[in-house]
Design a protein around this ligand. Structure first.
Ligand code: SAM
Length: 305
């Protein structure tokens, strides 16, 4: 059973030196087996650190084989309703406080799901550390995915200084707070009041002072915001296409839109993007969604007359 955890990739020749250093810092996840990938070794670590990436690891031989689960801060989410397996997972890491099992699909406008508690403290709220930021999340009341951390860093690396950024579907603020490090201003909108409440907590605890949270339906933004933005994040993969023309209205000539979409063939949305006046400069797979469907991101440069 693969377990998703943070991993740190090092050249194999430096493996023993890095392993000893991680052991001294009590940073290595001893329940999981390091992975060999060509000339590199990937060590499982307990918490995010510079250069870490999300990876799947096997259980360490000799340790009880844990049921498949995903880690979000102090919460483990299992795929099966298995209280005995949940108790084992809870005992495997001191950082865990709760083990959950989803009792619904991701549904509704807020993109949330319901959970049952299998072990530990009965809560869906936890703290997630990501690239030096700390996010309070509540999995039952607002969307959050740790899997998008690499995407946030990819976009941050593309940014110039003093950009104005609009996050149209901001959730609890992970993109907005990450990109605020380089931006002049980030406007972060979401239709879910619980997400905006959590975003306010996250802005305070990360001491971020250049994000403007707005509780708003994304369709209304072009009618009320007086600015044209340098960069727009559209992270609503199942319905983003419905909002793409609004994003074009809100983006300046030469600005960039990062458009996340559910696709079943490469290039699926390119004709519509061209029709709106956009040039796709990159299209990449973010993660698989179901057999034959995946989340893609289109980086679009807006061309206006
Ligand atoms: N970008 C965030 C992240 O990475 O964690 C959240 C992305 S989540 C897939 C989509 C978000 O869009 C949800 O928080 C949901 O509440 C919000 N949303 C859905 N429809 C919306 C709309 N019409 N206007 C504004 N926000 C909306």
């Amino acid at each position: 059973m693969l377990v998703e955890q943070w991993g740190i990739r090092v050249p194999a020749r430096k493996g023993e030196e890095v392993r000893q250093s991680l052991l001294r810092k009590m940073a290595i996840d001893l329940t999981l087996k390091p992975r060999r990938e060509g000339d590199a070794l990937v060590f499982p670590i307990l918490d995010w650190r510079e250069g870490a990436e999300r990876c799947g690891f096997d259980a360490m031989p000799g340790r009880p084989e844990l049921m498949r689960h995903e880690l979000v801060g102090g919460i483990a989410i299992m795929q099966e309703d298995d209280p005995a397996g949940a108790a084992q997972i809870l005992a495997s890491r001191p950082s865990l406080h709760t083990v959950l099992f989803p009792t619904s699909e991701v549904t509704g406008e807020y993109r949330t799901r319901e959970y049952g508690v299998l072990a530990g403290t009965p809560t869906t709220r936890t703290q997630v550390t990501e690239h030096g930021h700390r996010f309070t999340v509540d999995l039952a009341s607002a969307y959050f995915s740790a899997r998008l951390s690499t995407e946030r860093q990819r976009i941050l690396a593309q940014m110039g200084t003093r950009e104005t950024v609009l996050d149209m579907f901001a959730g609890v603020g992970p993109f907005a707070i990450t990109l605020a490090a380089r931006a002049a201003l980030v406007v972060a909108a979401d239709i879910n009041p619980h997400a905006i409440e959590l975003m306010l907590e996250n802005l305070t605890q990360n001491r971020v002072k250049n994000v403007l949270p707005i509780l708003a339906e994304a369709r209304r933004l072009a009618g009320v915001l007086p600015w044209k933005f340098d960069r727009i994040i559209m992270n609503l993969p199942l319905a983003g296409t419905e909002f793409l023309s609004e994003a074009f209205r809100l983006c300046r000539h030469g600005g960039t839109i990062h458009f996340y979409a559910l696709v079943s063939q490469e290039g699926e949305h390119r004709d519509y993007i061209r029709e709106l006046g956009g040039e796709v400069i990159d299209e990449r797979v973010v993660r698989s969604y179901s057999p034959g469907q995946w989340h893609a991101v289109y980086d679009i440069v807006v061309q206006k007359e």
